[in-house]
Design a protein around this ligand. Structure first.
Ligand code: NAD
Length: 496
């Protein structure tokens, strides 16, 4: 059985130390082993990045962007290989894996515009014979720590922009599905990226803690669960680093009485059960405004949830694959048990699902719960599985109150045919990303992605314009080439 090592200084590095199994969630079989980097291994990656920094910083932005153009081409040529690695280790269906890869490519496309994005600002004649300008300088060595649910896209939210801004990068991908990150590293090298500019260390807390405390790391981007995001933010900032830490979510879809229900049902189906609900922007709660809306939504949703084609993600006819691991499947099942015990109605129960030929896989059928209330554990916590809960409220104001009271603030959407209602809702709601008749309002690559409340720790969102801001720091220069020498010393504070 192969053991996946690390990518350091432009080459694969074997590691015979601590390791961990990577499972194929559709079969429950071990696909490979992955090495768990020691502190020393992570330090060697940081050292490679630090050594590469000065030359990369001084490489013209246009040349950095050319590497990204080539990289995009290579990803597209190797898409099949990357997508199969994602499905084998994560379980999501192939089309969904291709979708996440495409969203990652879009960030690479945005990064190709770096020469324009890094132009800075210039002002002539800010004083007598004085000009001033601001430059956006790279930070140095920066790190990314990423979750299991988007093994290609989330790393690509980070490193293309970090690199094109002139930084060197150390990525610590999820130990559950590390395969895609190593392929991306190989392709970056093939695209002409100098050794050391991009490094991958596989591992767990030991690797993460080394990145958080090493003084050579200037900034950390993190995406994962909220408790770990908070830990990353507090530890990283305590060690003087710039940190953006994106956390978990509970995304509500408000359905108004005037909504086009067929459209809402189809939109919610994909957003709730796509990727088996393992998306930070997954819709996990339908907030039905009025009992008639709840009844109608459930009547339309239930047969579709029962009819979901659940199977191996490699099978092109599957609509939903397995959950990522056995313990996670059991945790999601536990939320359904607790909701039932707390009085929710189990309209469609996925707990008994068996996929023939895949009895050892981590499957769970689509589940639909009605009459869920805010005090239930299944409502308060992020489930991250194929479980859609319906909460009934009497008015839009009650829907807004419910959502505002939740600790998470990643995404939300409203289904309505009334522009005024949509506008009032989006004006008020304290959530970072809002969809109007759009269930997964994941911003495109030239905007930025970020939640509010306990879904993001830090000041800047990820990728897009905020990504450029995060991976650069401003240097402002003021310059005078005097045509006339200063006649005398001036002791008053310089002003115009
Ligand atoms: P996770 O928090 O368990 O792990 C994320 C990363 O942190 C991994 O690389 C992991 O190795 C590392 N890690 C885990 N425990 C650690 C510890 N104690 N100390 C240091 N590092 C540790 O998250 P996950 O289960 O891989 O991913 C799912 C979570 O990610 C969900 O909560 C989901 O909402 C969230 N997520 C959020 C976004 C977003 O944009 N807000 C996007 C994708 C996923």
């Amino acid at each position: 059985m192969t053991t996946l090592g690390h990518w350091i200084n432009g080459v694969m590095v074997a590691d015979s130390g601590r390791g961990q199994s990577v499972f194929n969630p559709a079969t429950g079989a071990v696909a490979r082993q992955v090495a768990m980097a020691s502190k020393t291994t992570v330090e060697s990656a940081i050292c490679a990045a630090a050594n590469a920094f000065l030359a990369w910083r001084d490489t013209p932005p246009l040349k950095r962007a050319r590497v990204m153009f080539k990289f995009k081409e290579l990803i597209e040529r190797n898409a099949d290989r990357i997508v199969h690695a994602i499905t084998e280790e994560h379980g999501k269906v192939l089309d969904d894996a291709l979708g996440e890869l495409q969203r990652g490519i879009e960030v690479v496309e945005y990064a190709c515009g770096a020469p324009d994005l890094l132009k800075g600002e210039h002002s002539r004649d800010v004083g007598p014979e004085i000009d001033s300008w601001s430059e956006m300088r790279p930070l140095g060595v920066v790190a990314g720590i990423t979750p299991f649910n988007f093994p290609a896209m989330v790393p690509m939210w980070m490193f293309p922009l970090a690199i094109v801004c002139g930084n060197c990068f150390v990525l610590k991908p999820s130990e559950k599905d590390p395969g895609a990150a190593i392929i991306l590293a190989e392709l970056l090298a093939e695209a002409g990226l100098p050794p050391g500019v991009f490094n991958v260390v596989n591992g767990d807390k030991e690797a993460v803690d080394t990145l958080l405390t090493d003084p050579r790391i200037q900034a950390v981007s993190f995406v994962g669960s909220t408790p770990i995001a908070q830990y990353i933010y507090s530890t990283g900032t305590a060690h003087g680093k710039r940190v953006q830490a994106l956390g978990g979510a509970k995304n509500h879809a408000v359905v108004m009485p005037d909504a086009d229900l067929d459209n809402a049902v189809n939109a919610v189906m994909g957003a709730a059960y796509g990727s088996c609900g393992e998306r930070c922007m997954a819709i996990s709660v339908v907030v039905a405004v009025g009992d008639p809306v709840a009844e109608a939504m459930i009547a339309k949703l239930a047969p579709k949830v029962r009819a979901l084609k659940v199977g191996n993600g490699m099978d092109r006819s599957s609509e939903m694959g397995p959950l990522v691991s056995g313990p996670h499947r059991d945790k999601v099942r536990g939320y359904i048990d607790s909701a039932e015990a707390d009085g929710a109605t189990v309209v469609v129960d996925g707990r008994g699902l068996v996929v023939p030929g895949h009895e050892a896989g981590y499957f769970l059928g689509g589940t639909l719960l009605d009459r869920v209330t805010p005090h239930m554990q299944s409502y308060r916590e992020e489930i991250f599985g194929p479980v859609l809960q319906v909460v009934r409220v009497p008015t839009l104001e009650a829907a807004i109150g419910l959502i505002e009271a939740h600790e998470y603030g990643n995404g939300v959407c409203i289904f309505t045919t009334n522009g005024g209602t949509a506008r009032a809702f989006s004006n008020t709601i304290n959530i970072g990303m809002v969809g109007i008749n759009v269930p997964l309002p994941v911003p495109v690559a030239y905007h930025s992605f970020g939640g509010w409340k306990r879904s993001l720790f830090g000041d800047l969102s990820i990728y897009g314009p905020d990504g450029i801001r995060f991976y650069t720091r401003r240097k402002t220069l003021t310059q005078r080439w005097p045509m006339t020498p200063l006649a005398s010393a001036q002791f008053s504070f310089p002003s115009n």
